[in-house]
Design a protein around this ligand. Structure first.
Ligand code: GLY
Length: 601
């Protein structure tokens, strides 16, 4: 098959990258026997990449003991619920994409949180006026029915080979024995300190003695250990009915706020029935062909698959490997701008909205939109959306509307096993620190996922498919991606970062596939994120680069964002080894591990 020329280059460059990052040797053990964080590793027997070394180690142990990629992904996710409690956990939701080596099929689980049955489009409005985002964020109103426990059950029932109870055990032990606080955990706690101190259960857990956790200290969460033990004994259904469910409903309906707090904390209307009736959804993945590869991702309710897919279809018409760096970035920014304009107009929960998923992914629609891009002149935002059902050449047909606000957060893990099964799994509690409401006595934070809904239409008179509704799933940007070549996985990746997830995944894919960057370098590359806004967010690496002036000269405009995303991925090397890759520095660096770094077992 046609392998993208730049990908060949990336594979050749890989040997050098592995040597320069020390991936040829197994990671040395850090304090307490925990493997040190390394951003890239290659070897046999399977691979795990996540943001956290203890979580990756849990996944590797499952693979080493004969578990498959799904078993390892669930165990890793449960561990992340302990060590990354502000990004993900059983109080949140996510999207699970799985490649099954036997059937060679990619399948997905939509484990997105849902709004209560009583929700209306005015959920975040008072007297017809949207409430400020922070008031929705720190409230019971923003809490959706968690989908993560049900996702684990659904994944294990379909493809797992180990019982849930066994897979939860390492995370339960981690919660009970504790993990070592690092500077990222402390900084994330500090960022939330004002909110956390208003909820006694949250402050007792995350601000021990009223202070920030000290770097190097051991952080224990016995309540979460007990909750995991209960789920292990009774199954994940225990979160949806019974005492844990009752505690969740109580915390949402009557948020456990410190009586001395001055903050307005609105209650939500989540009921026991909302929890009892929650179900994950199985749906076909999105698929686009890209330079001879098949790129699979998550269909709506996430906008990840359609938006990355549309942008790839636009970009495929240009040989990105031959462009200067500034022209490559220009095309990437413009394709992102266009596909975000279309995302805003057309993507919402397909159970409640008429979402033209197939049409958004058609090459015909991409061509009708891609011809707006000029090499010497940037488009301006907000850009009007096109109509994928009736594409008009070089045209936008609707009224332009800005992209609504979304926070940046979440976590992504990627796993491959010795049989060739792959999992790409993004999970979240929405904001860093979620709603700030810890379920008293249960050790986990509740999400604020419903704030991913538009609080009001993005522009007056413009249809917005992402308004709240009964039982509706808020539009997500999560883009867990698996890339196949001739039906076999060659790459899988994803990232946190709210709506910047889409641009991070797109930039990483094109950086690796087209620009010849080894995966770890494509992940580390300085980010740009254009989301149909007047300015494109860039990290300091681009802000301080001469590329900025070159792009400004053709009309691009920028603003700074200190850090965008925190991707992880795995790659199948031509010699049959797996390579795991993670961040070199964002969020304190990620953790890439393989089962047998030295060679075949
Ligand atoms: N809450 C982040 C996302 O769903 O994209």
């Amino acid at each position: 098959m046609r392998r993208p020329a730049a990908r060949q280059l990336a594979l050749v460059a890989l040997a050098g990258a592995l040597v320069s990052t020390g991936a040829a040797a197994p990671p040395p053990a850090g304090p307490g026997g925990i493997p040190a964080k390394v951003p890239v590793a290659a070897g046999y027997g399977g691979a795990v990449a996540s943001v956290d070394a203890e979580a990756s180690a849990v996944g590797i142990a499952v693979l080493r003991s004969g578990g498959n990629a799904v078993d390892a992904a669930v165990a890793t996710a449960a561990a992340l619920g302990v060590t990354e409690p502000y990004s993900a956990g059983i109080g949140g939701g996510g999207y699970f994409v799985h490649y099954d080596a036997k059937s060679r099929r990619v399948q997905t689980i939509d484990g997105r949180e849902t709004a209560p049955a009583s929700a209306t489009p005015a959920l975040f409005q008072e007297n017809g006026v949207p409430i400020p985002f922070p008031e929705g964020q720190t409230s019971g109103l923003g809490v959706g029915v968690p989908g993560t426990p049900a996702t684990w059950k659904s994944a294990l029932d379909s493809w797992g080979s180990r019982p849930l109870g066994q897979l939860l055990r390492p995370a339960e032990k981690l919660a009970r024995d504790g993990f070592t606080v690092d500077s990222t955990f402390r900084a994330q706690t500090q960022q939330n300190q004002d909110r956390f101190k208003d909820f006694p259960a949250t402050s007792k857990l995350f601000l021990p003695g009223g202070a920030l956790p000290v770097v190097g200290s051991t952080f224990k969460n016995p309540d979460l250990a007990a909750t995991y033990a209960e789920l292990a004994r009774k199954g994940t259904g225990a979160l949806y009915r019974g005492p844990i469910a009752e505690d969740i409903v109580r915390a949402v309906r009557k948020p456990p706020v410190d009586p001395a707090a001055t903050r307005i904390v609105r209650p939500g209307d989540l009921t026991a029935k909302d929890l009892k009736t929650y179900a994950t959804k199985r749906q076909a993945p999105t698929r686009v062909g890209y330079r001879g590869l098949d790129v699979y991702s998550m269909a709506p309710s996430s906008s990840g698959g359609t938006t990355v897919g549309e942008a790839l279809n636009i970009l495929e018409r240009t040989d990105l490997s031959k462009l200067s760096e500034s022209q490559y970035l220009h095309r990437f920014i413009e394709a992102s701008r266009i596909s975000f304009a279309d995302r805003g107009r057309w993507v919402g929960d397909p159970a409640a909205e008429d979402v033209p998923t197939r049409e958004l992914l058609s090459q015909r629609f991409a061509d009708s939109r891609g011809c707006l891009i000029k090499p010497d002149r940037a488009l301006t935002s907000p850009l009007a959306p096109g109509d994928p059902r009736e594409p008009v050449a070089c045209g936008g047909t609707g009224q332009a509307a800005p992209t609504t606000y979304e926070g940046e957060n979440t976590t992504h893990l990627t796993v491959a096993d010795r049989w060739g099964n792959v999992v790409s799994y993004t999970l979240t509690i929405e904001s860093t620190g979620g709603s700030a409401i810890t379920v008293p006595g249960r050790g986990f934070l509740l999400n604020n996922e419903l704030t991913d809904f538009s609080f009001a239409p993005a522009a007056p008179g413009v249809p917005d498919p992402n308004l709240p509704g009964p039982g509706k799933r808020p539009r997500s940007s999560m883009s867990p991606t698996i890339v196949l070549e001739d039906g076999r996985p060659v790459l899988a990746l994803g990232s946190p970062g709210g709506a910047t997830i889409i641009t991070t995944v797109l930039q990483t894919l094109t950086g690796h596939l087209d620009r010849g960057l080894p995966l770890v370098d494509a992940i580390a590359a300085p980010r740009a994120s254009q989301r149909n806004q007047t300015t494109t967010e860039v990290e300091p690496g681009l802000w301080n680069s001469p590329l900025r002036a070159q792009l400004e000269a053709i009309g691009q405009a920028f603003r700074q964002n200190p850090e965008i995303g925190a991707a992880t991925g795995v790659q199948r090397l031509p010699d049959g080894r797996w390579l795991a890759a993670a961040e070199t520095s964002r969020r304190g660096g990620g953790s890439a591990m393989v089962v047998h770094p030295h060679g075949r077992p």
